[in-house]
Write a protein of this length. Structure first.
Length: 344
């Protein structure tokens, strides 16, 4: 019989950034080897999974009534347990089946979750991962993982502020001595930006668009601060209130205005976190500034907006889109760090 040590040696530890918009998988010794949308398509007649990830995303808005395309996570947590389990199983199998000796042992899995997750939500994530094939499951707060992945000196006795804006949640945390001194999580983030654009165009231009078009508009015209983008334009197509296809031209200034409520909520959350930060750590943040991570943080001009609103230095980490996954990956190599920073 294999010893526990040998059993662990032949198992491949996996880190998962289980995001509302995208799931990124990091394998110890291999790095990031999978990044796909957190989307699943289901045959309503049989209940069978048709596609997962990129293939499922391509089906959005293009399926017959018998096929349902779903996002099993909402606001960073599980909204549909069975579909999330199937998605995790698919990703773990896809990753693990291509690794040497993978059949000998099930993997140890670390999953990034919002800092504001409830006990029930934690249990749902752990159960889904175990039923998907994980041997051991650890949960790590996304802002902690983002701070580790950003290279912040989290083990030192000093304040480090990270703002991680994903698809479903915006996480603000102050970290010192490998612990979350303060964490503030709001369920307002990148997906809400897309929805705000969609609703604005419906209200102001009487045109309906899909979420993928809204995402493109956000990337091309969206901004959080008055810039040269205000005068840029973009041609879009959709369906008007009569049901007929129609094309219109929109300006960047409109999209900035459409995003203002969402951006304002994120800025206010950062200000609230700063107000609650202990004075000694606040002094460190004045010197070190705020570090941004997550895909939602890449909204054009958001860094400048936060500089103006907080009067603090604001910078991006080296790889905002993968900071959480990279941080989880770094933790995989240090079991003692995992135990210190993981949720109970």
């Amino acid at each position: 019989m294999l010893s526990a040590k040998l059993f662990g040696f032949f198992s491949n530890d996996i880190g998962i950034d289980l995001g509302t918009a995208n799931t990124i998988v990091f394998v110890r010794g291999k790095g990031i080897i999978l990044s796909e949308p957190s989307i699943v398509s289901i045959d309503e007649k049989t209940g069978n999974i048709i596609a997962v990830g990129k293939e499922a995303k391509e089906m959005i808005g293009k399926t017959p009534p018998s096929v349902r395309v779903v996002r099993p996570l909402k606001d960073g947590v599980i909204a549909d347990f069975d579909v999330t389990q199937a998605m995790l199983k698919y990703f773990i199998k896809k990753v693990h089946s291509n690794l040497p000796m993978a059949t000998i042992a099930r993997p140890r899995v670390i999953i990034g979750v919002p800092s504001g997750i409830t006990t029930v939500e934690k249990r749902a994530v752990i159960d889904a991962a175990r039923q998907a094939g994980a041997r051991e499951v650890y949960l790590i707060a996304e802002p902690m993982a983002a701070a580790i992945g950003s290279g912040l000196p989290i083990r030192e006795p000093g304040g480090n502020m990270i703002v991680d804006i994903g698809g479903g949640t915006s996480e603000i945390a102050v970290i010192s001595l490998s612990g979350l001194v303060l964490s503030y999580s709001i369920r307002t983030a990148g997906d809400d930006m897309n929805e705000a654009i969609l609703q604005y165009l419906k209200r102001q231009h009487q045109i309906l668009i899909g979420e993928q078009t809204a995402e493109k508009i956000k990337i091309q015209l969206g901004s959080a601060y008055p810039t040269e983008r205000d005068e840029e334009t973009m041609e879009i197509s959709g369906r008007d209130i009569t049901g007929m296809p129609r094309g219109i031209q929109i300006k960047g200034k409109e999209i900035r205005e459409a995003l203002e409520d969402v951006v304002g909520a994120i800025v206010n959350a950062v200000r609230t976190a700063l107000e609650k930060t202990p004075p000694e750590l606040a002094a460190d943040i004045v010197e070190r500034g705020i570090v941004l991570a997550g895909g939602g943080s890449l909204l054009y001009g958001l860094d400048q907006r936060l500089r103006d609103e907080t009067s603090l230095p604001v910078s991006y980490c080296e790889e905002p889109l993968t900071a959480v996954a990279k941080g989880i990956g770094d933790a995989l190599a240090d079991i003692e760090l995992i135990k210190r920073v993981s949720f109970e």
